[in-house]
Design a protein around this ligand. Structure first.
Ligand SMILES: *Cc1c(COP(=O)(O)O)cnc(C)c1O
Ligand SMILES: [Zn+2]
Length: 399
């Protein structure tokens, strides 16, 4: 699988030549999925004896890498279940995909796994969050050099987390937004796996393969996810198109995207009815992992929405934080505010009449909340008690 193609104008390229089309849009792999069928066997491509669960390598016949290296062997295969505890009376059935159980706590491991298994030599990324962590960990597991370029204002606590995996970590002064292009324009001897690189999109499409496989023979009415660069949304759209081509889904679920109101270029373009996404000047938000004011695959994500009759919603800071609390208290799931926008988005779309109680909505919870901890300044409600009082105090809890 060595051809890249433009979703927009159809122009084809050889893998390695470029990752953007002459028309300006991002490329993805040309995948022949016509003869794909759901694998019946449990797939263990690593050849290890017991991984305990299935992985994304189950779909290796439609991936640009087939032999996973080390940690990459366990990517994907995340839990998916119906979460009645957070459904609203007038809302749809909600099914949650828990990407936070991935080795480094986010869906980014899917793209990194496919990328690192395909590429040789040093790998790099421009990120100060989940992608940096994922690339650093997978490079460590394969004993390869990782180059991580972070923005000047990245907090030390984050750097310390990434640094655990021993990458070459550089704080970059100057315009951080330009680095994405810089790393692709120059031949640096390092393969950069940035947010929407074709290998990453190929890995990330597998989340939609898993959702649709779990639903068969039905199809969910919608797939809802947070969006930043548009890489994951592109992957979901690509997967649905492939499954449709293969005759495995009769209709495409609606792709619905959620952003933080403080930085919502894709939602703004959607509301304007535009077909292209323009850069905005975003503000800081608690949704740090989706704060991208100039998303490289924004226009492609918008196309995914319009081609599937989906929607894009903006979530206020208050609603996002309330939803983060609700997921923890009602569903038992600690997530980043960046992914709580997705279930907050389901509520907003339900209120707007977009979802009915008979609809099945699959929500991708993209990252675990455990690694970032509670919002700074929040003191947990703890009572101090003496040991002698434990029997009395505890017995009162249930009475
Ligand atoms: C990266 C990330 C996103 C956004 O994904 P894109 O592919 O950049 O659109 C959403 N949630 C979390 C937790 C992330 O780390
Ligand atoms: Zn093109």
């Amino acid at each position: 699988m060595d051809r890249l193609v433009c979703y927009e104008c159809g122009e084809a390229y050889t893998f390695g030549e470029t990752s953007r089309c002459a028309c300006g849009e991002p490329l993805w792999f040309a995948t022949d999925a016509a003869s794909f069928s759901w694998p019946d066997e449990q797939t263990n491509a690593a050849g290890d004896r017991s991984l305990g669960r299935d992985t994304l390598w189950r779909y290796r016949s439609v991936l640009p890498a087939t032999a996973p290296t080390e940690l990459a062997a366990v990517a994907g295969g995340t839990p998916f279940f119906r979460a009645r505890s957070i459904e609203a009376g007038d809302g749809p059935r909600i099914h949650l995909k828990i990407e936070g159980v991935s080795p480094t706590g986010s869906f980014k491991d899917r793209g990194t796994a496919v990328g690192i298994s395909r590429l040789d030599g040093p790998i790099g990324t421009v990120s100060h969050g989940n992608m940096a962590l994922s690339v650093a960990a997978h490079a460590a597991a394969t004993n390869r050099d990782a180059v991580i370029l972070v923005a000047e204002d990245t907090p030390d606590s984050r750097l310390a987390m990434i640094a655990q995996h021993d990458p070459h970590l550089f704080r970059v002064r100057g315009e951080y937004g330009r680095l994405y292009d810089d790393t692709l324009e120059h031949d640096l001897g390092v393969s950069f796996l940035n947010s929407d690189s074709p290998l990453r999109v190929a890995g990330q499409k597998t989340v939609a393969y898993e959702i649709c496989e779990a639903f068969r023979p039905d199809v969910p009415d919608a797939i809802v996810l947070p969006v930043s660069s548009g890489g994951q949304a592109s992957g979901v759209w690509k997967a649905l198109r492939e499954l449709h081509t293969a005759g495995l889904i009769a209709t495409l679920p609606r792709i619905c995207l959620a952003q933080a109101e403080r930085c919502d270029p894709i939602a703004q373009a959607f509301r304007r009815g535009a077909s292209r996404v323009d850069a905005v000047s975003g503000e800081p938000t608690a949704a740090v992992s989706i704060n991208n004011a100039d998303p490289p695959s924004g226009t492609r994500a918008l196309a995914a929405v319009s081609e599937t009759d989906g929607a894009v919603v903006s979530i206020s800071e208050d609603a996002m934080l309330a939803e983060t609390d609700r997921l923890a208290a009602d569903a038992g799931l600690s997530v980043e505010p960046s992914c709580a926008v997705a279930t907050a988005g389901v509520r907003k779309l339900t209120a707007a009449g977009e979802f009915a109680p008979t609809d099945d909505v699959a929500v991708i919870l993209t990252g675990s909340g455990y690694k970032y901890g509670p919002p700074p300044g929040e003191t947990p409600p703890i009572r101090e008690i003496d040991r002698a009082d434990v029997p009395e105090v505890v017995s009162r809890v249930s009475s």
